[in-house]
Design a protein around this ligand. Structure first.
Ligand code: PEP
Ligand code: MG
Length: 319
């Protein structure tokens, strides 16, 4: 029974009416990559490279980074890997980076903002990623982007890192959509990105002004809030037929969120390795046309609770 399930989980997830949805994994280590492959992940939609930079006295050099990224890619056995550049800030300080005390670290110098303030660090990371991309199918993803100018600057650093030979063949560059204003002006980003991945954890926190991980506001901080869904819908509409839209926040493995996200047009869900088989199974039960109608309704509702009830009703009806 278990062997049969694993074999099925290795197959691509296709909805009842024939739409493929990639189910990738979020990774923070080589061990995660092995777990993701065993769980049948179609790739790694988010490699959190922070794990290499935290809890040490100096930044990892290019060789060390290249060895790690190469090991993760090798463990994923040829499947596509999306490496996210360093995403830390005042809430996750690094001993070797001077960071000012901030009253609101989630609104401060984090993600690409911090990387652009320490370009040498970003350049080293991009050199390591470019080297890795010569041997493996790699995408590079930029976190906490608020303006196209940040993507332009990140691309300049990437060009410098690639050197005179230019970017490695097949290297794709994308942005995370985690800031509501970036979702709203998605059109302005399209010239500079090959794909986007929606980070619903941060997008929800910023859209609802409800800090992630703060138990007192946990009920508010729900990615199925129609205000958050409208942001995702806006991104999907602008991207349709032009670039791929993935979701790599926790919502991607929430069984009541999956039908809505797929209905809005999301075609890659990136989830923790153990969730991969369950998410693939959920996709296989879906009818995408019905999900699209469900998602349109969800956009008009008042709150996440109403959306959750609506999804439950659809899921309880015959497929
Ligand atoms: C997110 O914000 O949804 C995300 C995937 O990034 P992280 O959880 O690492 O902030
Ligand atoms: Mg995030």
């Amino acid at each position: 029974q278990r062997a049969r399930q694993l074999a099925l989980s290795e197959q691509p997830a296709v909805s009842r009416d024939g739409t493929p949805v990639a189910v990738a994994a979020n990774l923070g280590s080589v061990a995660d990559a092995r777990a993701a492959l065993a769980a049948g992940a179609d790739g790694a939609g988010l490699v959190r490279t922070e794990f290499l930079f935290l809890d040490r006295s100096a930044a990892p050099d290019v060789d060390e980074q290249q060895a790690e990224y190469g090991a993760i890619a090798a463990a994923m056995d040829g499947r596509p890997i999306t490496l996210r550049t360093l995403d830390v800030g005042g809430d996750k300080p690094l001993a070797y980076l001077p960071m000012p005390q901030e009253a609101n670290p989630f609104l401060g110098q984090r993600g690409i903002r911090l990387s652009l303030a320490h370009r040498d660090l970003l350049r080293d990371q991009m050199v390591a990623i470019c080297h890795t991309a010569r041997d493996h199918p790699i995408s590079i993803m930029i976190p906490m982007v608020s303006t196209p100018g940040e993507m332009i600057e990140a691309r300049q650093v990437l060009s410098e890192a690639a050197g005179p030979d230019g970017l490695p063949d097949g290297l794709r560059i994308g942005t995370m959509i985690e800031v509501p204003s970036a979702a709203l002006k998605i059109e302005a980003f399209l010239p500079y990105v090959d794909f986007v991945s929606i980070g619903t954890n941060d997008l929800t926190q910023y859209a609802l002004a409800a800090e992630r991980g703060n138990g007192a506001v946990a009920a508010l901080s729900d990615a199925l809030d129609p205000g958050v869904l409208q942001l995702i819908d806006h991104v999907c509409r602008a991207a349709a037929g032009r670039i791929d839209v993935a979701v790599c926040g926790e919502a991607a493995s929430d069984e009541l969120a999956i039908p809505v996200l797929v209905g809005l047009g999301v075609r890659e869900l990136s989830v923790s390795p153990p969730a991969v088989p369950r998410v693939k199974a959920a996709v296989r039960e879906l009818n995408v046309e019905r999900c699209a109608a469900l998602a349109r309704d969800a956009l008009t509702l008042a709150g996440a609770d109403e959306v959750r009830k609506h999804v439950l009703t659809m899921l309880s009806e015959a497929p």
